[in-house]
Design a protein around this ligand. Sequence first.
Ligand code: NDP
Length: 485
Amino acid sequence: MSFDYDLFVIGGGSGGVRAARVAASTGAKVALAEEYRMGGTCVIRGCVPKKLMVYASGYPDVFDDAMQYGWDVTLGDFDWGHFRNKLHTELDRLEEVYRNLLNGSDVDIFDGRATLDDPHTVRIGDKTVKAKHILVATGGHPLRPDIPNAELGLVSNDIFLMEKLPKSVLIIGGGYIACEFACILHGLGVEVTQYYRGAQILRGFDDEARGLLADSMIQRGINLHVGTNIVEMAPASEEHGGPTPTASDASMGISAQDIASHSKSDTAEKAKGPIWVKSTNGTEKVFDHVLFATGRAPNTNGIGLEEAGVKVGRWGEVVVDDYSQTSAPSIYAIGDVTNRVQLTPVAIREGMAFVETVFKGNPTKPDHELIPSAVFTQPELGTVGMTEEEARDQEPIEVYCTSFKPMQQAFAGKSDRVLMKLIVAKQSRKVLGCHIVADHAGEMIQLAGIAVKMGATKEDFDRTVAVHPTMAEEIVTMKEPMRTA
Ligand code: NDP
């Protein structure tokens, strides 16, 4: 069979773009199709715009601290319109960077939706091309719960497109996105209520870290209710204690122009406030917006996976082996669409391992062990390795833990506390896990992650001289275990 391309990548997110570029650098003839904006979730409607919002939301604290340190400053109002325009200019720039990187690598770009006709044939509009290998990197999309009127709620994609900031928002969920947006919106001056159905936010993270973070969020003024979920929602009427929505309420949401130019089909086209909500604890309240941060699902619908013989799993994910190969030998899949670890740097690693395997003759499994990550809340939560709960089920452990008021905030009269925690294997002395709740914990865990990944022991940490005065020095100065298990 003759092929138009050695590799056809479906999806222009971080994983797909990297795989396409690196494959092309081996001399392979490569094409990539993207139906929306180059850059994917991370760049266009995820990590990047979210982090810029994290920065924006942190300034009230900076001003507050500055005053405590003797500065005569006054915090004015936050201009969402100014920020939003600047944000979208930056996203346009980044999208162009991605496009230029592909062009510079001689990757042919197809701006359109690609579907599979068979294991080697890709259809883009009325054009079909044959490819020796196909890489599915179509990512995922946010989910709404299955309740009537759920389409009135926003999802994370929509936040970056809002015409104006709401006065109040109800966030549903207790994962990364829910907690991050609770802190961001609170920092920007929105009255935030968060309902999480479980007993504590951030299921799967270290219990002590979750507890401290939840306390910090509540202390900052986030109205967090655990063990609580939404049961009903509807447009608010006077009967619900809210005004009857009028045409002008649409401006609370997202303009039709934005939907056309910036969004995908999972964007809230009907989102309008105010919204009446009834919760599992019986309370009825009206919020300007409801934000669903209730998980994400792989983008596998309607792309011809069945026709191509690609097996799809229970959660709608593309099923792959250790080398990211699907049940159709010519088709591989990486990133969120495989529902392994939904993190950009992991998708990139999976893409690189795919190229190594298929185009460099060096079979390589992506390494999913000891992945550091951070939740960009205020304070941040950085984590690598096992939680105390996981580790103690595996083997005898020592837990080194300290919680203290950091110098900078203590001087400013704040009650914020920092948590540093090491989980150590009693026998091998290896540090199995490290958990940090602190400002800049994301930066700290990246570096601690190297030591943990290298298999550092507690004694290696102890041998490392402290950098004084820092918060992070506590990670090398914890002498006695807090407890053993
Ligand atoms: P998560 O899976 O982390 O969280 C989903 C949350 O929604 C959970 O708290 C879940 O509860 C709750 N939930 C699910 N279904 C319902 C429902 N029907 N009703 C009420 N609550 C519900 O997903 P996110 O959307 O927050 O994030 C998706 C992924 O994206 C993350 O897993 C992460 O890998 C990645 N991400 C990473 C970031 C980072 O690195 N900083 C930032 C943002 C996202 P329960 O716990 O009970 O299941």
